[in-house]
Design a protein around this ligand. Structure first.
Ligand code: SF4
Length: 430
């Protein structure tokens, strides 16, 4: 019998919100927060990211972003060398010189982020003071902000969180208008942003804005009439900063897959008084297309066992999508950090008994993964090759940040990201 899909009915039958979580503290293997620059610099089109770091930081960014030498990149590294580390040079003076040269040469830059790194944290360089001083020099032409992308005790998606949180104090006040507005928070590919604009417009919601904006001059206003939806599960500091400005978070699962997208959109629609009938009328065509796209990949994923190493903080929403819409079995779902409040609706939807782990103890997790011998392992780049050499099939978690995966129109592509390595392995074995 073909039972119509009803996320709310299924939600009542499952739930993992009070399940015990295995807490891990040990050796870690993750990229640092500088990685976020790779997608953030594409999103904010007149921003520049100046990493204050070492040659290692410069290599990481250059190789990860794969910049062509004839392109004008919108990020660079101001190298802290031995003289700086030994306290022999005035780092502030050097930073001022670098910024002055950069802004003279690049009048297109309107927003400059000074991005801290492990070395700048180690020598306790006060980049917030430097950013305030430089902003004083260059405003209104260029706003200078700072955040840390250091890899000390953080994971790579926290770079985006830190960057967006640093933007929040600069957002204009929403003014006297009492009309409520919706703010979508998280750096999304333009194509996804445009799809959502059309959907919200179809629902009659005209006051919808995005953080970050595509241009520095278009930062969205914020205040007590702002309701916001997180589009990513790793934006804890940004959410806190918005709440401090009076904005109110709408609780929802994250918009991955048909179910997540429907519940996420519905949270906004309910808050703005859109009727269920109208909601279904506007969203159903895209939801039906998405379900058809998922059907295409279900055979490859159904019943397959998946193990998530903690890496991106996307693990729990993705596990929910793969278990409930694609029929995968969750062996273990690791996350670097479990924000119970922001993930409450996701935890409700996970199959009962799902093994969750928080934090990282690499050796223990590798042992558990080997013992479980899953069909697919989602992990960081550094783990993927050794695990493939042992015969396990892997998916790089960072790819999930580089690929448009949110919303109805991308649901099929999201499923394909997991089906592809399984199909490749099947062909190799055959
Ligand atoms: S910020 Fe730290 S972890 Fe990241 S590249 Fe620089 S030194 Fe390495």
């Amino acid at each position: 019998m073909n039972v119509p899909f009803d996320p709310l009915r299924v939600a009542a039958a499952t739930g993992c919100d009070v399940a015990p979580v295995l807490r891990e503290r040990g050796q870690r293997e993750v990229f640092c927060g500088l990685t976020g620059i790779i997608w953030l610099h594409r999103k904010i089109q007149d921003a520049f990211f100046l990493v204050v770091g070492s040659r290692t930081c410069a290599h990481l960014i250059q190789s990860a972003a794969g910049v062509m030498i004839f392109a004008e990149p919108r990020f660079a590294t101001a190298i802290i060398d031995e003289r700086d580390l030994a306290g022999l040079a005035d780092v502030d003076d050097e930073l001022d010189r670098v910024v002055s040269r950069l802004l003279e040469r690049r009048p297109d830059i309107k927003l400059l982020f000074l991005v801290g790194s492990c070395p700048s944290e180690v020598i306790k360089l006060d980049l917030s003071r430097a950013a305030a001083r430089l902003s004083g020099n260059y405003m209104p032409r260029v706003r200078v902000l700072n955040y840390s992308g250091s890899g000390i005790e953080t994971t790579f998606t926290q770079g985006e969180d830190a960057c967006l949180a640093s933007l929040v104090p600069s957002l204009p006040n929403e003014g006297n208008a009492s009309e409520r507005s919706l703010l979508i928070v998280g750096a999304l590919p333009d194509v996804v942003e445009d799809q959502w604009k059309r959907l919200f417009c179809g629902l009659g919601m005209a006051r919808v804005q995005f953080l970050p904006s595509r241009r520095a001059a278009e930062l969205p206003p914020v205040g007590p009439n702002t309701l916001f939806l997180l589009s990513q599960p790793f934006l804890a500091d940004t959410a806190r900063a918005l709440e401090e400005r009076g904005a109110v978070r709408l609780a929802a699962p994250f918009p991955f897959g048909v179910e997540g997208t429907t519940l996420w959109l519905r949270a906004a629609a309910d808050a703005f008084g859109i009727s269920r009938f109208e909601f279904d009328r506007v969203t159903q065509p895209a939801a039906i297309r998405a379900r058809r796209a998922l059907d295409h990949y279900r055979a490859a994923l159904l019943g397959k066992r998946i193990f998530f190493f903690p890496d991106s903080q996307l693990e729990i929403p993705l596990a929910r999508f793969l278990a409930r819409e694609m029929g995968m079995q969750l062996v273990e779902v690791g996350t670097p950090y479990l924000h119970r409040q922001h993930l409450a609706q996701e935890l409700d939807l996970l199959p009962q008994g799902t093994i969750l782990s928080e934090g990282q103890h690499l050796e223990n997790q590798i042992d558990r993964c080997r013992t479980a011998a899953p069909d697919l392992v989602v992990c960081g780049l550094g783990l993927a090759n050794p695990l493939e050499a042992e015969g396990l099939t892997t998916k790089w978690s960072i790819e999930l940040l580089f690929t448009p995966t949110h919303g109805y129109e991308q649901a099929g592509d999201l499923a394909e990201l997991f089906a592809r390595p399984i199909n490749r392995r099947t062909r190799l074995v055959a």
